[in-house]
Design a protein around this ligand. Structure first.
Ligand code: LLP
Length: 428
């Protein structure tokens, strides 16, 4: 099979009997006809396999590990149910993500609440839901949470988010654990120690552990090891008795063939090597992208094209930066195939443009494809994370549907938005 980038696609990817791309036993061109485009397709087997790979691999290295899925990568009710079934916890960063968890009856003792500016309402909502851990990001939040917990007569267990001052060498917009970051208490400046001391003086928050998150995606292992050491040393030096340590998420996946992220076991080894002799500590990891990224593909229909002789050929699709902002925001690179021309040889170099009114709305630059015609189906792999969750209604374009495929069947887990949906909040 001439399918050089199959490794970027979900596990159950192949070619259907009529020569089209197939995912989870479903012909992708049929899915396009049935559900319309643009469309996100999630392969259930890949998604569940990834959950199990993280749980089993990390527990092989360090049994006392909890895997907490970072909802921001993409969450909805069906996905919350799936992660619950797989025994994962949930990292939420807003009242909205918490509301999804609540509606899905996600067990509150598996939920972690992150964010650098949680409101009083969000914190009250979390405390009322008996949330497992609030991850305290700053001084303001610590006093706010303490007073909310006091009013409700509870003591809230928290993790303190510290910034270890380690650069994981990823995009500047997704780097978080360095000194110049809006997130967390810096160890370097002494603010982390001040936060520990402040918490000691408060009666309704109790620090049970430390959290840090370096950035995302992180292709290197050493930053995790170094940061773990720095944070564990910090706990010792500040006489902080912790029972939990959370190095966050950020584990990389491949978007293009030239990217080779470490295996899950390499991340596990790098992180848990710092925990030798400390098995009383619970390790909490928060993968998002690496759980759901590979299970998803995004498909589009090809429409118009514009050939600028000697310069470039643009071919446009019916989606773009509204359903995947990553190329425009982070210069993220992707690969793609033409789902209905899997047997054809590549013939021309084109750039795939979106339909949104911005010159920067380009999904792929200068990529070789078979000769493209209107109606062809473009399929972009590794689209499960941060594409659907960061989608917008820019240009009043409805957001795509999401289908889950398994054993040759597809199930809509989020319906396509309608024009009426987009006006539902408007008052005249
Ligand atoms: N934990 C914390 C505290 C985080 O801030 C994040 C991601 C994660 C876990 C999960 O990271 P992951 O395993 O998914 O890499 N929109 C960007 C990524 C932003 C990540 C923000 N925080 C992108 O599309 O690349």
């Amino acid at each position: 099979m001439n399918f050089p980038n199959i490794e970027l696609f979900p596990y159950n990817t192949g070619i259907s009997p009529n020569g089209n791309l197939s995912i989870g036993g479903c012909d992708v061109s049929d899915l396009a006809r049935e559900h319309g485009t643009p469309l996100y397709i999630l392969d259930e087997v890949t998604l569940r396999e990834k959950c199990r790979e993280f749980v089993n691999t990390f527990r092989d290295y360090y049994p006392n590990t909890r895997v907490v899925y970072a909802s921001k990568a993409f969450i909805n009710l069906a996905l919350a149910n799936l992660f619950n079934e797989e025994g994962l916890g949930l990292d939420v960063v807003s009242g909205g993500e918490l509301a999804v968890a609540q509606k899905a009856n996600f067990p509150s003792d598996m939920i972690y609440f992150h964010g650098n500016n949680k409101s009083a309402d969000e914190l009250s909502m979390a405390v009322d839901y008996n949330i497992h851990r609030v991850v305290i990001d700053n001084f303001h939040e610590m006093t706010l949470l303490d007073s909310i917990a006091k009013e409700k007569h509870i003591v809230q267990d928290v993790l303190l988010r510290v910034s270890p001052g380690i650069d994981p060498h990823t995009h500047v917009y997704t780097t978080t654990g360095v000194l110049d970051s809006k997130f967390g208490f810096s160890i370097q400046t002494g603010q982390a120690l001040q936060a520990v001391e402040m918490a000691r003086g408060l009666s309704n928050v109790r620090i049970v552990g430390l959290h840090f998150h370096l950035g995302s995606p992180v292709f290197e292992l050493e930053p995790y090891t170094k940061a773990m050491e720095i944070v564990l040393n910090f706990a010792e030096e500040s006489n902080l008795d912790i029972s939990e340590i959370s190095p966050g998420g950020g584990f990389a996946i491949a978007y293009t063939r030239d990217q080779t992220p470490p295996a899950v076991k390499e991340y596990a080894e790098a992180i848990t090597s710092t925990l030798k002799g400390r098995d009383n500590l619970q390790l909490i990891i928060e993968p998002g992208r690496s759980i759901i990224g590979r299970s998803g593909i995004a498909i589009y229909s090809i429409g118009s094209s514009k050939d600028i002789p000697g310069i470039r050929k643009y071919v446009s699709v019916d989606g773009g930066m509204g359903d995947n902002i990553r190329p425009a925001l982070y210069q993220a690179e992707y690969e793609a195939v033409i789902a209905n021309k899997m047997g054809s040889d590549v013939a021309e170099k084109v750039s795939i443009a979106g339909k949104f009114c911005e010159s920067g709305d380009i999904l792929l630059r200068d990529v070789m494809f078979p000769l493209l015609e209107a109606g062809d189906i473009l399929a972009i792999p590794a689209a499960g994370a941060y594409a659907p969750s960061m989608a917008s209604n820019y240009n009043m374009v409805p957001r795509p549907a999401v289908v889950m495929v398994k054993d040759g069947k597809s199930r809509v887990i989020r319906r396509r938005e309608t024009y009426d949906d987009m006006m539902i909040y408007d008052l005249v």
